[in-house]
Design a protein around this ligand. Structure first.
Ligand SMILES: [Zn+2]
Length: 110
């Protein structure tokens, strides 16, 4: 699922989240976590950002990343560039539920 700026703002409103930037207090976020592009897996694939997993060696004090990670959605403030981070899976699920409720409401209104 591609998450647009509009659907992200609807998500924030739906869950009563703060929409003001904690740094500059402006309202306006640009979602830049989901793209469509050709990948090694398929054409026109959905590409998202993630935070990679890593092994931490306590003796050496170093980390080594490896394949896999946590899917994330980040949005940057249009004014100051502050970046907020959300779980991609949770936002995607909430937006899908909002869409289902909206469809049911439209069906019930007919
Ligand atoms: Zn800001």
């Amino acid at each position: 699922m591609i998450i647009t700026n509009e659907s992200f703002m609807q998500f924030l409103t739906e869950i009563n989240a703060k929409v003001e930037c904690p740094v500059c207090s402006s309202i306006g976020w640009s979602v830049s976590a989901t793209y469509r592009m050709d990948t090694a897996f398929q054409e026109n694939d959905i590409v998202i950002n993630h935070l990679p997993y890593a092994h931490f060696d306590e003796h050496e004090g170093r980390s080594t990343s490896f394949v896999g990670g946590t899917p994330v959605l980040f949005a940057s403030c249009d004014m100051c560039g502050y970046i907020r981070l959300h779980s991609y899976k949770l936002v995607q699920m909430q937006i899908a539920l909002m869409s289902l409720r909206q469809q049911q409401g439209e069906r019930d209104a007919k």
